[in-house]
Design a binder for this molecule. Structure first.
Ligand code: PLP
Length: 413
């Protein structure tokens, strides 16, 4: 049987390559950090490259305190639990981490998952059924989309970040038993932070619940790094928050849902990725406890990523690049043309700066860009090196100080 399928798959893979959409993975030889060395498919310059495309916002992926906690976990709690939580997979430290996360967000309870993908995959189906409606932002993460697919509730999609359209969808769904508005805290290709103050106000007006996936904001955004709810002044007012341990909070793996007590309690009884998938490793749990302690006792790291972000945004604007304005350490450098985004990313790599160009279908047609992500792991010297390299490469392509229309006239969309 496989013969026919093999031919089809080979054709499909070839068409992915022809469309220029084949994803090549680079092999990194070092721990994740600002300075890395890369082996494959093309080696990095001898001095390595500076990484500007990790979600390592706080520089914790290989922080000595995180590594020490992880190592210590092996001694005190072993390696694996070989069980789901409800059979024999819950250690004291799992409950300790859940309590620390609830403390951090000022929520009532927290449930851990193997990944935020699982948290989103397991949050809708136990809570919402055929009489309910989920109102979801058009740019929400794939895992929210999949989570909604697994659930029998009706789905209404509103234009991204568009409060008028959200209100229209709230009006259309007034017959539902429960309604929940679901949004990313920050949209990963733009760095735009959702208008949670307005979303919460609309939810109150129309008697809906709110769910925020704060994967790109936890630890980073808001005065004390509590995320988009803090940034927007609505801490404690969002019913369900999902997030990841795999980005700012150390970057290994793991995710969680935090919020109302009864919601979390029901998820422990009914959420399938929690019930039927292995417990989060003690290594991740103890390292995450150390991270939560660090973030609770000091804002030093989120202050540092903020300072790096401001410096980079200012430097790039002064150099003459068009960047999407905002406060997030995700900084999109708009290039509009797909090939231009790839050419510039390649030249930047040769200059020792690792950035990635994105184009349709990952972003909208004609909205190709390079996405830079700042980190507290960067020093000002890294940031300045990146700005200088961008200025050099930007000059080569004659795009400095040029408007969107001028760049499109020269390179096409
Ligand atoms: C990264 C990300 C996820 C997935 O997180 P994992 O813990 O890696 O599964 C989910 N939602 C959003 C918005 C993300 O950015």
């Amino acid at each position: 049987m496989y013969g026919k399928m093999k031919d089809d798959l080979q054709r499909e893979l070839a068409s992915i390559r022809e469309a220029g959409l084949y994803k090549e993975e680079r092999y990194i030889l070092t721990p994740q950090a600002a300075d890395i060395r890369v082996e494959y498919p093309e080696g990095s310059p001898p001095e390595g490259v500076v990484n500007f495309c990790a979600n390592n916002y706080l520089g914790l992926s290989s922080h000595p305190k995180v590594i020490e906690a992880a190592r210590n976990a092996l001694e005190t709690h072993g390696y694996g639990m070989s069980s789901v939580r409800f059979i024999c997979g819950t250690q004291d430290i799992h409950r300790e981490l859940e309590a620390k996360i609830s403390d951090f967000f000022k929520t009532e309870d927290t449930i851990l998952y193997a990944a935020c993908f699982d948290a989103n995959g397991g949050v809708f189906e136990p809570l919402f059924g055929k009489d309910d409606a989920i109102i979801t932002d058009a740019l929400n993460h794939a895992s929210i989309i999949d989570g909604i697919r697994l659930c029998k509730a009706s789905r209404s999609i509103y234009k991204t970040n568009d409060m008028t359209d959200l209100e229209a969808k709230l009006k259309e769904t007034q017959g539902a038993r429960y309604r929940v508005i679901a949004t990313d805290g920050a949209f990963s290709m733009d760095g735009t932070i959702a208008q949670l103050d307005k979303i919460v106000a609309l939810a109150e007006k129309y008697n809906a619940l709110t769910m925020v996936d704060d994967a790109h904001c936890t630890g980073v955004i808001g005065k004390t790094g509590r995320g988009a709810t803090e940034y927007c002044g609505v801490m404690g007012q969002v019913d369900i928050i999902t997030s990841t341990l795999g980005k700012a909070l150390g970057g290994a793996s793991g995710g969680f849902t935090t919020g109302r007590k009864e919601i979390v309690e029901l998820l422990r009884q009914r959420s399938r990725p929690y019930l039927f998938s292995n417990t989060v490793s003690s290594i991740v749990v103890k390292a995450s406890i150390a991270v939560m302690d660090m973030l609770t006792s000091s804002t030093e790291l989120r202050d540092k990523v903020e300072a790096n972000t401001k410096r980079f945004r200012k430097g790039m604007t002064e150099a003459g690049f068009g960047i999407k304005p905002g406060d997030h350490p995700i900084v999109p450098i708009m290039l509009y043309n797909a090939k231009l985004s790839q050419d510039i990313a390649r030249d930047m790599y040769a200059e020792g700066i690792y950035v990635i160009g994105f184009y349709h279908p990952v972003v909208g047609k004609g909205l190709s860009r390079i996405r830079v992500q700042l980190s507290a792991g960067h020093e000002f010297s890294h940031v300045d090196k990146a700005v200088a390299a961008f200025a050099k490469v930007g000059k080569k392509y004659d795009i400095l100080g040029k408007t969107k229309e001028e760049i499109i006239a020269k390179y096409g969309e």
